[in-house]
Design a protein around this ligand. Structure first.
Ligand code: 034
Length: 232
């Protein structure tokens, strides 16, 4: 069928990529990755600060997804709460695959490995980072895949399933064409990308257990993280 994108699809993709690029973790927060000393406590505090900053970035990005703000207000909250962890795994995966020039990748990995996360979650987490890296996604694919993750109709407490499905479907159509255009040799590239979304679900279940084990060891989170992750 016709592969090139319509005018509307190109405009939609541009809006999402611009929002994705506009909303980055402030460099002074990211730079802290290199400065603070290493201790499990310090690492946890730093990762908490990064996660909090990342949630704020994600909320701004989400508000710029065309059509999101016209969804039911409570559904907007349900989508954000349900997708934050998955969107953050995607975002932090891109940091690893982007091979940050200033060595953030190495330091971020170090700090995650030494932040009190039980070992059984490390393996699936870093396997995911590796599998994302191997895809060599272009920025447009990263941005649209993140929007698709956020616009997941079957998140808990979403009332108007159809409205979310319609938005997500529009994004999926753009992503499908983009994958054919960017990776013409790889027939199943689009299917492989969607397969990562399944892996993200598993990671978010692990993450819920990570939160419980952190809570048990009396780790503190910021008010924003407590609200979005229903902690405490
Ligand atoms: C509350 C903290 C301890 C936490 O709980 N779970 C996770 C957690 C974990 Cl480990 C893994 C995956 C998801 C979550 Cl959600 C985290 C830490 O979360 C993040 C840490 C770093 C980043 C992040 C995002 C973008 C970035 N850009 C740069 C840059 O240098 O440009 C650095 C950077 C860091 C995102 C989430």
């Amino acid at each position: 069928e016709k592969v090139e994108m319509t005018k509307e699809q190109r405009a939609l993709m541009k809006a999402i990529v611009d929002a994705y690029n506009r909303h980055q973790i402030p460099q002074d927060v990211a730079k802290k990755l290199l400065q603070e000393q290493y201790s499990a406590e310090e690492n946890f505090l730093l990762l908490t600060e990064m996660a909090t900053s990342q949630v704020q970035v994600l909320v701004e990005f989400t508000k710029n997804i065309p059509g999101f703000l016209s969804l039911d207000r409570e559904d907007q909250i349900a989508l954000l709460k349900g997708s934050t962890v998955e969107a953050m795994f995607l975002r932090s995966a891109q940091v690893f695959s982007r091979k940050m020039p200033n060595g953030h990748t190495v330091v971020l990995e170090e700090r995650i490995r030494k932040s009190g996360i039980p070992d059984e979650f490390m393996t699936p987490m870093f396997n995911f980072y590796k599998s994302i890296g191997e895809l060599h996604m272009v920025q447009e694919e990263q941005a649209i895949l993140t929007a698709i993750t956020i616009l997941m109709p079957d998140r808990p407490y979403v009332k108007d399933h159809q409205a979310v499905e319609r938005l997500q479907e529009t994004m999926l159509n753009v992503l499908r064409k983009l994958c054919v255009l960017q990776h013409p040799q790889e027939q199943q590239y689009f299917a492989r990308l969607l397969g990562r979304l399944t892996e993200l679900r598993t990671l978010s279940h692990y993450h819920a257990e990570m939160l419980t084990s952190w809570k048990m060891n009396d780790h503190k989170f910021t008010p924003l993280l407590c609200e979005i992750w229903d902690v405490q």
